[in-house]
Design a protein around this ligand. Structure first.
Ligand SMILES: Nc1ncnc2c1ncn2[C@@H]1O[C@H](COP(=O)(O)OP(=O)(O)OP(=O)(O)O)[C@@H](O)[C@H]1O
Length: 268
């Protein structure tokens, strides 16, 4: 079943036309990876879905969620949607935290905005959420600067999933982490997705992560989706020369592409 439909999305700056008629679907419970070189428009597409674009940018077209076009929703309606149904985690997770508030106070702010729970119930829920992402409950009383990058990104995942969203938008969530922490975060996301059933729109430059975790892949170039489909189909048999170049630029996928070419006797 389709969860979100993007149709004919255009994003314009004052002087540039950045996203040019983009259409794609996110299906319930799937892991959809958006890839493409820097500047191809992946992050702006993600931001447009939650109406989080910078004020100098204008989005036109349709983004359908539960029968409503997100682009025409009122401000209160979009805020509710963003908090409850669509959640984000970002590469720059540090800036999502206020340095002088404890992790518990971050939970409190979020819970008070969206939930009607007693103080005690809020604390229990927050500690459970921290434990569910592999953290100690005592992190509740700590400040962001007292946590490592991997721990902080786990906290942002626990906050993002607190209200059980249908769609988690993860914009390069591991780029700022070392490879061990990245691996742990992706394993965590994959495990949480299996438990919660939420769909993940995953923006990445790392095709190894796409190969391992995604169900489908959309390849973006210059504000257009030039190719999309099942990840194995796209990665093993790219139709567009640009997708092929991306695969050849990816270290570990290059090896398998070369093996494939050898097996097929192809010469590039
Ligand atoms: N507020 C803005 N005003 C004008 N142009 C912008 C604005 N934000 C982004 N852009 C431009 O839009 C284009 C797409 O940006 P976007 O951040 O979506 O790319 P991306 O594919 O996510 O890149 P990366 O992989 O480097 O994060 C870029 O050329 C960028 O410079």
């Amino acid at each position: 079943m389709t969860l979100l439909k993007v149709r004919h999305l255009h994003i314009m700056g004052k002087q540039n036309h950045i996203i040019k008629g983009l259409s794609f679907d996110v299906r319930e419970g799937e892991w959809l990876a958006l890839v493409g070189q820097s500047g191809s428009g992946k992050s702006l597409t993600a931001m447009a879905i939650g109406r989080l674009l910078a004020p100098n940018l204008e989005a036109q077209g349709e983004i359908w969620y539960e029968g409503k076009n997100v682009l025409t929703l009122s401000e209160p309606a979009i805020r509710k949607l963003r908090g409850k149904r669509i959640a984000y985690i970002f590469q720059d997770y540090q800036s999502s935290f206020t340095p002088f508030l404890t992790i518990g106070q971050h939970f409190e702010e979020y819970q008070r905005t969206h939930l009607d729970l007693s103080k005690q119930a809020r604390r229990i829920q927050a500690v459970d959420a921290l434990v569910s992402v592999g953290l100690d409950g005592d992190i509740y009383s700590r400040y962001p600067f007292q946590l490592s990058g991997g721990q902080l990104q786990r906290v942002s995942i626990s906050l993002a999933l607190l209200l059980k969203p249908d769609l988690l938008i993860a914009d390069e969530p591991t780029t700022a982490l070392d490879s061990v922490s990245s691996f742990k975060i992706l394993e965590l996301l994959s495990g949480l997705q299996a438990v919660t059933g939420c769909a993940i729109l995953f923006i990445t430059h790392d095709l190894r992560h796409v190969r391992k975790y995604a169900d489908r892949i959309g390849v973006m170039k210059d504000g257009v989706m030039i190719e999309s489909g099942d990840k194995n189909q796209v990665l093993n048999h790219p139709e567009h020369p640009y997708t092929d170049r991306l695969i050849h630029a990816s270290p570990s996928l290059r090896k398998s592409a070369i093996k494939r070419e050898g097996a097929l006797g192809c010469v590039y």
